[in-house]
Design a protein around this ligand. Structure first.
Ligand code: NAD
Ligand code: UDP
Length: 312
């Protein structure tokens, strides 16, 4: 039985991670300031004696009572519309927040896992992306606040590992979706589902030929869990290599929801990566992990969750 701190635990991924550790019989401390998360995501855990919530901004000094075995640093705006609205907070939580949580890991002798991202590869010039690719990021572009914060977070994690012997893990998460994503989150899948269920125009940015490879949340959580329990210090991609264009994805969601929506082509945001697909060889070899949930099934589960929350 372990004692685990999850920052950003009231967010989309963080709340599913809280569920995973609670189900494993561990004690979970969830820390969040609700900047993009919601108490609704963890409401079912309140009252569970193995679950504790602390409302706190992790860019400020963090105090946690007692021992900790694991710290998972997931606090950060993650949707482009969030981090464009919250550029300074995004830079602070990736830099100062990572520093504070690493300091806590050192003090508690806890294993530390940082939620990094496929955005460290930027608009990639190599495809699919392997962990040894250094990326193509515009540091002064609008997305730079997120990409560079995460690149800094990885560098800080390796520095604490090398100079303070903190036991660290780095997961590079590729686009993940599932139940509990905010209805107005702004990322492609929640937008397309929300718009389709309301029979409103589905907003495809650019001509929709840009690709992403989307992973269902249960697969991602399993991959992160295995990485945490492994001995691998260098970054590991976790994602589903099933690549699709945004136009195909929009049409697939329109079909799955039985919607009357039409596609509305809109301006492509600057620095929007043209392609993205994980090479998951390392995850397979090191963790014996690969994504299992087929996209249609994952989308159906997510659509069901959105229908309930929209009272449709
Ligand atoms: P989310 O916005 O749903 O969750 C982020 C959580 O962090 C929210 O609950 C928010 O309130 C909290 N938070 C932000 N700043 C904070 C601060 N200073 N102090 C305390 N809490 C703070 O996003 P998500 O999709 O669940 O992403 C979670 C993590 O995973 C992020 O670090 C993100 O960069 C990473 N990630 C996610 C994806 C994805 O596809 N979902 C892909 C790559 C990386
Ligand atoms: N996108 C889109 N319509 C939307 C929201 C997003 O066409 O309503 C596009 C976006 O331009 C990008 C892709 O979908 O090319 C994935 O965007 P998302 O915000 O989900 O994630 P990210 O760009 O961070 O991979």
């Amino acid at each position: 039985m372990a004692r685990v701190l999850i920052t950003g635990g009231a967010g989309f991924l963080g709340s599913h991670l809280c569920d995973k550790f609670i189900a494993a019989g561990d004690d979970v401390i969830c820390m969040d300031n609700f900047i993009t998360g919601s108490p609704d995501n963890i409401a079912h855990l309140f009252g569970n004696r193995k679950f504790k919530f602390i409302e706190h901004d992790v860019t400020e000094y963090i105090y946690v009572d007692g021992d900790l075995d694991y710290i998972l640093h997931f606090a950060s705006p993650a949707s482009p519309i969030d981090y464009l609205k919250l550029p300074i907070q995004t830079l602070k939580v990736g830099s100062l927040g990572t520093h504070k949580t690493l300091g806590l890991a050192k003090a508690k002798n806890a294993r530390f896992l940082i939620a990094s991202t496929s955005e460290v590869y930027g608009d990639p010039l190599e495809h699919p992306q392997q962990e040894n690719y250094w990326g193509n990021v515009n540091p002064v572009g609008f997305r730079g606040v997120y990409d560079e914060a995460k690149r800094f977070a990885e560098a800080m994690t390796m520095a604490y590992h090398r100079y303070h012997n903190v036991d660290t893990r780095i997961v590079r998460i590729f686009n993940t979706y599932g139940p509990r994503m905010r209805l107005e989150d702004g990322r492609a899948i929640p937008n397309f589902i929300n718009q389709s269920l309301r029979n409103q125009p589905v907003t495809v940015y650019g001509n929709g030929t840009q690709t992403r490879s989307v992973c269902y949340v249960d697969d991602l959580v399993e991959g992160i869990y295995r990485l945490l329990l492994s001995e691998e210090v260098m970054p590991v991609n976790i994602g589903n290599p099933d690549e699709i264009t945004m136009l195909e994805l929009a049409n697939e969601i329109i079909e799955l929801t039985g919607s009357k929506s039409q596609i509305d082509f809109m301006e492509l945001p600057s620095d929007d990566p043209k392609v993205r697909k994980p090479d998951t060889t390392r995850a397979k070899e090191l963790l014996n992990w690969s994504a299992k949930v087929d996209r249609k099934q994952g989308l159906k589960n997510t659509i069901e969750d959105f229908r309930k929350r929209l009272h449709l």
